[in-house]
Design a protein around this ligand. Structure first.
Ligand SMILES: NC(=O)c1ccc[n+]([C@@H]2O[C@H](COP(=O)([O-])OP(=O)(O)OC[C@H]3O[C@@H](n4cnc5c(N)ncnc54)[C@H](O)[C@@H]3O)[C@@H](O)[C@H]2O)c1
Ligand SMILES: O=C(O)C(=O)C[C@]1(C(=O)O)C=C[C@@H](O)C=C1
Length: 376
């Protein structure tokens, strides 16, 4: 899915990996195995370890790396275990492999750091990090080598961090296709409260409203509600740890959100009162402004337009659609699929650069496809 012949050529001959030797990954679940798959695909030796022998064997069976051996001499250690045991495992790895750089990928950065400092551990070769990439489902079985492509990867250095250690952790992020960003642990935790932790709670609370809803109401669900609740499928075990470890920044955002909710509810309690319509319009308009500020694909402020193609519910249709878009010279930037219950067709929302919408829709129509809508 490249934009030009030049970028295809670059993709065909990727830079040599920055990370060398053996990378030891402790925690072979979603994050650990995804890192393992991506590094293995780049020819790096990956040694996996996990407290659960079954999870470890599964990760090895799926090709995320090999089982770690006692005589491994890793050049880098990645700790990818649940937040509540992250500090323990970091401490153990630093002590078992003196001088080797240890990073972790936990979703909170201050709590493990405080725990390690309180224990008086030498943190010279520890650099906390966090890829802003994930899935609703954990475990080695859900891992994907392309999970990190184009995603921000926060790296929390401090004044003592040796430059070579920093280069190694940022090199790992780059080797996985991510974009390393330096941030303090405090700034990281405040930022993710806003863009990750509260969104998870909002999705969970909204989806929680469906539990006792009539089937008839839920049958009307379209793309809007699916967009706003996808992450409601996340694992409670992980999120109870993340939210508990970042409680105050999360509460700060929740309090502000609760005030916004009360204000819009008050306006709708008397929708004809003076100022009520304006309050509602301002709520929606402020959302327009906020969503515009979110970076687009690959972290750039680049926007794509989309169109929706109706697809017969028969095998091979999606493959044929992609093949024909390729024949038309159209590069697909993103894809979303929706199946309406009971309907004999699916809807594929295809995102492309704005200039490609017309050639794509006209070309597809000429080839017999039905275009349901465009938003260019
Ligand atoms: N899931 C996401 O979307 C996501 C995204 C970014 C970062 N993270 C962070 O990555 C870390 C791992 O999350 P995940 O989603 O991969 O979880 P996961 O449950 O898929 O995997 C965690 C693995 O760690 C193993 N483990 C637990 N305790 C251990 C210990 N003491 N020693 C060795 N192994 C141990 C478990 O057996 C499991 O295989 C978490 O800290 C999480 O905050 C998760
Ligand atoms: O996309 C998802 O499924 C995620 O939940 C990913 C997400 C996020 O909020 O961006 C969730 C928590 C992790 O710490 C990092 C990434």
């Amino acid at each position: 899915m490249s934009d030009s012949t030049n970028s295809s050529a670059r993709a065909a001959a990727p830079l040599a990996p920055r990370v060398r030797g053996t990378v030891r990954i402790v925690g072979a679940g979603l994050l650990g195995s995804s890192i393992g798959h991506a590094l293995t695909a780049r020819g790096i030796d990956v040694a996996l370890d996990d407290a659960s022998p079954a999870q470890l064997r599964l990760a090895v069976d799926y090709g995320a790396g090999r089982m770690a051996q006692p005589d491994d001499a890793p050049s880098l250690i990645v700790v990818a275990v649940p937040p509540d045991v992250t500090a323990d495992v970091i401490a153990r790895e630093l002590s078992a492999h003196p001088g080797v750089v240890v990073t972790d990928v936990a979703s909170v950065k201050l709590q493990p750091l405080h725990e390690l400092r309180a224990r008086g551990i030498d943190l010279t070769h520890y650099i906390g990090s966090h890829p802003l990439a994930g899935r609703e489902r954990g475990g080695a079985i859900s891992a994907r080598a392309d999970l990190f492509i184009g995603r921000p990867w926060v790296v929390c250095r401090d004044g003592e961090t040796p430059a070579d250690d920093l280069a190694l952790v940022e090199g790992l992020a780059l080797d996985l296709g991510a974009v390393p960003l330096e941030m303090s642990p405090e700034e990281h935790d405040r930022s993710v409260a806003l863009v990750s932790h509260v969104p998870q709670l909002v999705a969970s609370l909204l989806a929680g409203r469906f539990v006792d809803a009539p089937d008839g109401a839920l049958g009307l669900a379209g793309q809007g509600v699916r967009d706003t609740t996808r992450i409601a499928a996340s694992a409670p075990e992980l999120w109870v740890q993340i939210l508990g470890a970042n409680a105050q920044p999360v509460v700060d955002v929740l309090d502000a959100l609760a005030a916004d909710l009360s204000a819009v509810a008050a306006a709708l309690r008397a929708p004809d009162a003076p100022g009520a319509r304006r309050a509602v319009a301002d709520t929606i308009r402020r959302g327009n402004d906020g969503v515009e500020r979110l970076p687009g694909k690959h972290g750039q402020n680049r926007r794509f337009d989309s169109f929706v193609v109706m697809i017969d519910d028969t095998p091979g249709q999606l493959g044929r659609l992609f093949g024909e878009l390729g024949d038309l010279g159209v590069n697909v930037e993103d894809l979303r699929l929706e199946h309406s219950p009971g309907a004999q067709f699916g809807l594929a929302e295809i995102s492309v650069v704005p200039d490609a919408v017309r050639p794509a829709t006209e070309g597809l129509t000429a080839r017999g496809w039905r275009i349901a809508s465009t938003n260019d």
